[in-house]
Ligand binder design. Structure first.
Ligand code: FAD
Ligand code: SF4
Length: 458
């Protein structure tokens, strides 16, 4: 009897290994590790951090909720929309929402510290200062190793501020679930769309750590990169080890910011955001290629860069902000009244138009990529919905995009790009990106607003 039970529980981990990790679908969220009571750990690999069993490798009791909470196998979006919002989205491009805004944190130091307008950090600070929470799950760069980031429960304003900025590498945030369960107080939580989906699933299942979270915030996420991107950038500058790094920031300085790497020998490398974006096609993570959620649809409040000429010309930092739940909307209103944030309501059309390409990349591109992957006999995550039709012209555009990623992802292409100085590859990539955006815009935008989605079975 005992033997059979331990086989059944071990089967959850075996299934995750076979159907998610070995299938290349792990999103690096960390939830299985957070639920494994010390039996699993995340291990850095060239394909991002992946869960592995501790070296002694005995059968162990992995919480059965780990399967449901694993975003790598897919996310039950329709079920989670109904659980959180009581309905399906009116608009599937942005998910369920109540209002959209453009704005920024009022304190200059917070606005400057943030990746865009500092709205996420300011919201956490406000929640802590008004006693609505006792701690916030954020990521902090360089806590143990300067080039890695990890999740922490920040319980002071200084710790929350230290978590500001975007980290463009996968951080297994949900590793911290065990610590959350033992935390004495109420929490806010910041995560990427897959991590938030995992947390919401665990809330639905009554996990003691997840149910301590009263406010869920999260950034928009277009693409993420493997840590190897930073290693490659450094090699291109004649530095052969990540261990040389003393400090790493992905969005330092004034919005939109720049990559800043300070080495232990005192040298500092800086690359403007739109220049170091050249690394994306070479090191894009598989999970961002297979994600259908750009605007972090399962949060209370989600935040992105307000990419619009009017705001970009001003610099300083502007965020586009989506209030999704009633309490998210009430909180933002309270912050404006208290003078801690400036938010101007904007129309849904304006909010969506700031990110037309990325929305198309996720809401049509991902579904094409999933269909192709499935045709090749490879496992795909299940999201519970899909577009009803897909124009041939959009599939042709996807062929170009996917071919670029496939070629750039080869080790030869990665080696070649390391030989090209940033002052050439940066502006070249930026020009190519803008040209491609303009060329593909008619096809990518055509019909996007009218795409119909349907609920589907696995
Ligand atoms: C990988 C990634 C890709 C993104 N892609 C886009 C995009 O395509 N378009 C767009 O408009 N915006 C994108 N963003 C969001 C944007 O960079 C800002 O995070 C967003 O505008 C919020 O800005 P803010 O100043 O309010 O956030 P801040 O006040 O700087 O707070 C950011 C919060 O996010 C958390 N965080 C940062 N990185 C991670 C991470 N890797 N994992 C988990 N939590 C993290 C921090 O702990 C912090 O609490 C991306 C962000 C990330 C992390
Ligand atoms: S996606 Fe998350 S839960 Fe699933 S295997 Fe990867 S780390 Fe574990």
């Amino acid at each position: 009897m005992l033997k059979q039970e331990s086989f059944q529980v071990d089967a959850v981990w075996q299934r995750l290994q076979k159907e998610v990790v070995e299938a290349g679908l792990c999103t690096h969220c960390g939830a299985c590790v957070g639920l494994a009571q010390g039996q699993l750990q995340m291990q850095q690999t060239v394909r991002g951090p992946l869960p592995v069993q501790l070296p002694d490798g005995k059968p162990f009791d992995l919480d059965e909720r780990a399967w449901a909470a694993c975003p790598g196998k897919g996310v039950d979006y329709p079920g989670l929309y109904r659980y959180l919002f009581g309905e399906l989205p009116q608009n599937w491009l942005i998910g369920c929402y109540r209002r959209t805004y453009v704005g920024y944190a009022t304190p200059e130091a917070v606005r400057r510290a943030g990746a865009s307008g500092g709205v996420i950090t300011q919201t956490l600070l406000y929640l802590l200062e008004t006693g609505k929470i006792d701690g916030a799950v954020v990521v902090q760069q360089g806590r143990t190793l300067p080039y890695l980031a990890e999740s922490v429960i920040a319980t002071t304003s200084a710790q929350i501020l230290a978590g500001a900025q975007s980290v463009y590498q996968p951080v297994p945030v949900n590793e911290i679930l065990g610590e959350m369960a033992g935390f004495n107080g109420r929490l806010a939580y910041v995560g990427l769309p897959d991590q938030v989906a995992s947390l919401r699933e665990l809330q639905r299942q009554g996990h003691p750590g997840a149910t301590k979270v009263d406010y869920v915030l999260g950034p928009y996420v277009g693409t993420n990169m493997y840590l190897e991107a930073i290693a490659s950038y450094l090699r291109g500058n004649g530095v052969n080890s990540l261990d040389e790094i003393a400090e790493l920031k992905y969005r330092d300085g004034e919005w939109p910011g720049y990559l800043m790497i300070r080495l232990k020998d005192g040298r500092v490398f800086k690359a403007e955001k739109f220049y170091y974006n050249y690394l994306i096609p070479f090191f894009i993570t598989n999970s961002t290629l297979l994600s259908v959620d750009f605007t972090n649809e399962l949060t209370d409040i989600s935040v992105g860069d307000a990419w619009h000429p009017r705001f970009e010309a001003q610099g300083e930092g502007f965020s586009v902000v989506v209030a999704r739940t009633e309490k998210g909307e009430a909180l933002l209103r309270e912050m404006v009244d208290a003078g801690t944030a400036v938010l101007e309501e904007t129309s849904l059309e304006d909010a969506l138009s700031m990110h037309g390409h990325m929305i198309d990349f996720k809401k049509r591109g991902t579904f094409i990529r999933l269909a192709w992957r499935q045709k090749m006999g490879r496992r795909v995550p299940y999201f519970g919905y899909r577009p009803v039709t897909m124009p041939v012209s959009r599939k042709l555009v996807e062929m170009v995009i996917s071919s670029i990623f496939a070629v750039c992802g080869t080790s030869l292409a990665r080696k070649i790009v390391e030989q090209i100085p940033l002052k050439i590859i940066g502006p070249l990539f930026d020009t190519l990106r803008k040209t491609w955006k303009n060329l593909s815009k008619p096809t990518k935008r055509k019909g996007l607003a009218q795409v119909e989605f349907e609920i589907c079975e696995e």
